[in-house]
Design a protein around this ligand. Structure first.
Ligand SMILES: NC(=O)C1=CN([C@@H]2O[C@H](COP(=O)(O)OP(=O)(O)OC[C@H]3O[C@@H](n4cnc5c(N)ncnc54)[C@H](OP(=O)(O)O)[C@@H]3O)[C@@H](O)[C@H]2O)C=CC1
Ligand SMILES: C[C@H]1O[C@H](OP(=O)(O)OP(=O)(O)OC[C@H]2O[C@@H](n3cnc4c(=O)[nH]c(N)nc43)[C@H](O)[C@@H]2O)[C@@H](O)[C@@H](O)C1=O
Length: 328
């Protein structure tokens, strides 16, 4: 790691800390964790833009930005993201915004001529609804998708294919990482449009604050989900930027799964809510199970560190100190 050889005249990512790195989506859950990690590692030239400063769906603006900044590395963590309700309610927004953002960024990265490596973030929802478990990278495009998020999934599959095509035709070193369900600081805690874990933190916290007798949780409670703390994902992203250059996407998971019922009980305990749980069976369950096989990245040498209970305690603390205190 970090050496320059005759075969590869370029330093590795981690040996190139003064190079310009563009982190797209730096205020989101994932982008903010990657930014924190890069700064902690001593990267000196990280370029960021808020959505208001640079709308990545606008091709001409994205091209002008890349031409002016000429980054050497790009991490694409900007996307239209949401939980099961947002995905099924706004399918047009999810497919259009994601196709536009990723197409503009990957293409501009090639055209500006300065980009040595780009990492695209997809999601475990790219896999078929009933893929054999644990899901290997090879399960891509082997069966029908989960209907609640198929538009988002199609955009993410197109992102993987875009990176592959640009690698094959133009030699762009574009790689793709497929994270499992993530959580941590700077998550979206919206009551309807967020993912399950931040939604439950908020709902249990508000129920505790007003002494409500019960909390409503969506679906049957039986679906299984694999959760990974976003600091682990940030670590894996930087690991892949440094160590991986290949056509196939790479799964990034924790390897352990819980039912939504077990998750709800855990959040209830961490928040300290004393009432009972009520299940709203009018809400969809989504994919029954999506445990990823992450042996490819494990064999390369990366392992997750944060256990779910510890990560939940820290995320709840962050929520109380940052989101709740900001509302006061
Ligand atoms: N959260 C999860 O559980 C998972 C996430 N991922 C992937 O990780 C990546 C990041 O997700 P996450 O951090 O959770 O998402 P967030 O919603 O937390 O953050 C997304 C970021 O992208 C920015 N953004 C969105 N649209 C645009 C745009 N048109 N122009 C510029 N910036 C834009 C947002 O800015 P603003 O808020 O101002 O619009 C925000 O900063 C995505 O690719 C997602 O698919 C994969 C698996 C699981
Ligand atoms: C990461 C992944 O995330 C999305 O898929 P998902 O895993 O189904 O995401 P989710 O977190 O929204 O739900 C997980 C489970 O939890 C249940 N559930 C209970 N109560 C609440 C609740 O209050 N909110 C939410 N959102 N879900 C709830 C919910 O019914 C479901 O059974 C994709 O759309 C896509 O964005 C994607 O890639």
């Amino acid at each position: 790691m970090g050496t320059v050889t005759a075969a590869d005249p370029h330093p590795s990512f981690l040996a190139d800390k003064d190079a310009k790195v563009f982190v797209a989506g730096h205020r989101g859950l994932v982008g903010s964790a990657i930014l924190r990690r890069l700064l902690a590692l001593g990267f000196t030239s990280v370029v960021v833009r808020t959505h208001a400063e640079l709308d990545l769906t606008r091709q001409a603006d994205v091209e002008a930005f890349f031409a002016a900044e000429r980054p050497r590395y790009v991490v694409l963590a900007a996307a239209k993201v949401g939980g099961i309700h947002a995905n099924s309610t706004f399918p047009a927004d999810f497919i259009a915004a994601n196709l536009q953002i990723q197409t503009n960024v990957v293409d501009a990265a090639l055209r500006c001529g300065s980009v040595r490596k780009l990492l695209f973030l997809g999601s475990s929802c790219i896999y078929p609804k009933f893929a054999p478990q644990p899901i290997t990278e090879g399960a891509l495009l082997t069966g029908p998708l989960e209907p609640t998020n198929e538009w988002y999934a199609i955009a993410k599959i197109a992102g993987i294919k875009m990176c592959q095509a640009y690698r094959i035709q133009h030699g762009l070193d574009a790689v793709s990482a497929m994270p499992t369900n993530l959580y941590g600081p700077h998550d979206n805690f919206h009551p309807e449009n967020s993912h399950v874990l931040p939604a439950l933190i908020r709902r249990f916290h508000e129920a505790k604050a007003c002494n409500a007798p019960e909390v409503v949780v969506w679906g049957s409670g039986s679906p299984l989900r694999e959760f990974l703390h976003v600091d682990d994902l940030a670590d894996a992203t930087i690991f892949l930027m440094d160590q991986y250059s290949g056509l196939e996407h790479v799964n990034v998971g924790s390897g352990s799964e819980v039912t939504i019922k077990e998750l709800a009980e855990l959040v209830k305990e961490v928040v300290g809510f004393q009432g009972k749980l009520v299940w709203d069976s009018t809400k969809p369950d989504g994919t029954p199970r999506k445990l990823m096989d992450s042996s490819k990245i494990h064999e390369m040498g990366w392992k997750p560190k944060v256990d779910l209970k510890q990560g939940l305690v820290e995320t709840y603390k962050w929520y109380v100190e940052n989101v709740i205190s900001d509302m006061k």
